[in-house]
Ligand binder design. Structure first.
Ligand code: MG
Length: 188
């Protein structure tokens, strides 16, 4: 159903379009997903994953820097608070976000998390790409994410998975990320 025609959930009626939930519970969970095409130059760009630039023969095709991890985490944070999604906050039609560092998106989502009175408990992130192997970069990626989410690194997990040579992900034509984030309300 089109966005304008969908039924409003009870929680949505109680908040303004850009405000935090009116009746926070102590725990809230959010899920994020993102996918970008990979391409060789000149269409391709550098490959940025969780704030880290990876050496690869192709890069993301995206309006911003194409960081699927930061995009998915931004959606998960906003989703946990029922605050919409990254596309509402940062439309890819806006030239302001062209080639931008995706840390800007996740910082804005975190600002809203703090404004709503929550902190991150933990995050679990799965990155899907056929190559290169992520294992040598996992620690640096977890450090970047922990810094962005304002938690210690033991609260952050990141897994790299191949797509078993199946479909666009398995043919090194795309990269995807799934993640879940748990938030906890700050003590009164
Ligand atoms: Mg994206």
């Amino acid at each position: 159903m089109a966005e304008g025609g969908r039924q409003m959930a009870e929680g949505e009626k109680k908040r303004s379009s850009n405000g935090p939930p009116s009746h926070p519970s102590s725990l809230r969970i959010g899920h994020g997903f993102d996918l970008h095409r990979l391409a060789v130059s000149p269409e391709g760009r550098r490959l940025v994953i969780a704030g880290l630039t990876i050496d690869h023969d192709r890069g993301c095709v995206a309006h911003s820097d194409g960081d699927v991890v930061y995009h998915a985490l931004t959606d998960a944070l906003l989703g946990a608070l029922a605050l919409g999604d990254i596309g509402e906050l940062f439309p890819d039609t806006d030239p302001k976000w062209k080639d931008t560092d995706s840390a800007i998106f996740i910082r804005e989502a975190m600002r809203r998390v703090h404004d709503a009175g929550y902190t991150v408990v933990n995050a679990d992130v799965t990155v899907i790409l056929q190559r290169p192997k992520l294992r040598p970069h996992v620690l640096a990626m977890r450090e970047n994410i922990a810094q962005q989410l304002d938690v210690s690194i033991d609260r952050i997990n990141l897994k790299g998975k191949t797509h078993e040579h199946v479909d666009s992900l398995g043919h090194n034509e795309a990269i995807a990320c799934h993640c879940v984030v748990l938030l906890q309300a700050n003590p009164e």
